[in-house]
Design a protein around this ligand. Structure first.
Ligand code: PAY
Ligand code: ZN
Length: 307
């Protein structure tokens, strides 16, 4: 059963269910929620999002979910956060919700996401035929910033295939064009992946630190400290190369490197490998609640540091 019509956080949902729910938000809250078709997929699906705004001209925060198909907790957490930004009556959540303009896209890779529901639960990539009978590029290796420098494969059958060239994939090309059109309105870009319980700071192509690394590290530590308070869930903060591995061509790195957007993080959500990508649905709400706690702390601390 679910409490708010056809949508809940008790299970993982198909793309159409998520999209219908986004439409229902627009219908129910037309003054604050506007629909956005940010891009499209190889198989012709739309990459749907919303803009949530209580006051024209607030600084913008972009939220990316579901770029990797099998990381189901990502769209689930992103939709939960969107719902809370609209309906929560917690004063800190309300303040955050109403102080920023939110660009929220729960599923960046709709073809892959559907494929994980119909055919192969552990699919990661997009679904374009890439040669040798293989399908898909890694949509988090295909962005045009230090493309294919490391932590990628040029083999079209690999899980981390970088694509034929930067933005060879419909999803990354179209979403990059959308992001380009709104980049002057955003100061923050947050991507949600799973799993590993990490809060990642750019970059992934080298261990070069971004200019405000010390600020991002400090804000990040406030954020994961707040995250741990509710259930004791432990995260680590750091540069991608230092705390996970080399991975070039990711979306966050492109946004940071191209536009110098200052507050950029990638979450690796629960867990640390016990269930991995197959995180039980009973963990959606706890994961989403602790993640929302961390976002509140993140943007409070960022504001204190002048962001
Ligand atoms: O920019 O987020 C980044 C790079 C790191 C992620 C990546 O490989 O794109 C980390 C992995 C991910 O979420 O895709 C971690 C998971 C466990 C994996 O598939 O290796
Ligand atoms: Zn991922």
């Amino acid at each position: 059963g679910n409490v708010r019509g056809a949508f809940d956080w008790l299970g993982y949902h198909r793309l159409n269910t998520i999209y219908n729910w986004l439409d229902s938000l627009v219908a129910q809250h037309p003054e604050i929620v506007k629909p956005i078709i940010g891009g499209s997929s190889y198989e012709g699906r739309r990459i749907k999002g919303v803009r949530l705004s209580y006051k024209e001209g607030n600084p913008g925060i972009f939220i990316e979910g579901g770029i990797h198909a099998r990381e189901w907790i990502s769209p689930a957490v992103v939709t939960y956060i969107l719902n809370e930004l609209i309906l929560s009556d917690d004063s800190r959540v309300r303040y955050m919700a109403e102080s920023y303009d939110w660009y929220i896209f729960p599923v960046f890779n709709p073809d892959g996401y559907e494929y994980t529901h119909t055919t192969n639960r552990l699919w990661r990539k997009t679904r374009r035929p890439t040669g040798r009978g293989c399908y898909g590029a890694d949509p988090n290796r295909n962005w045009n910033f230090h493309w294919a420098e490391g932590g990628v494969s040029r083999n079209p059958c690999s899980e981390i295939y970088a694509g034929d060239r930067p933005f060879s994939e419909t999803e990354t090309r179209t979403m990059s064009q959308y992001i380009d059109s709104i980049q002057s309105k955003i100061f923050s870009y947050i991507a949600f992946h799973s799993y590993s319980q990490l809060l990642l700071i750019p970059y992934g192509h080298s261990n070069e630190r971004v200019s405000n690394y010390d600020d991002l590290f400090q804000i990040g530590n406030y954020s994961i400290n707040a995250l741990s308070k509710r259930y004791g869930t432990r995260y680590k903060v750091g540069n991608i190369v230092d705390i996970i591995y080399v991975a070039s061509g990711g979306s966050m790195d492109w946004v940071r490197g191209t536009y110098n957007i200052p507050v950029t993080y990638t979450y690796e959500l629960r867990d640390k490998g016990r269930y991995g990508f197959i995180l039980p649905a009973s963990q959606i709400i706890p994961t989403a609640k602790e993640t929302l706690d961390s976002l509140v702390a993140m943007f409070e601390q960022a504001a204190k540091l002048g962001y």
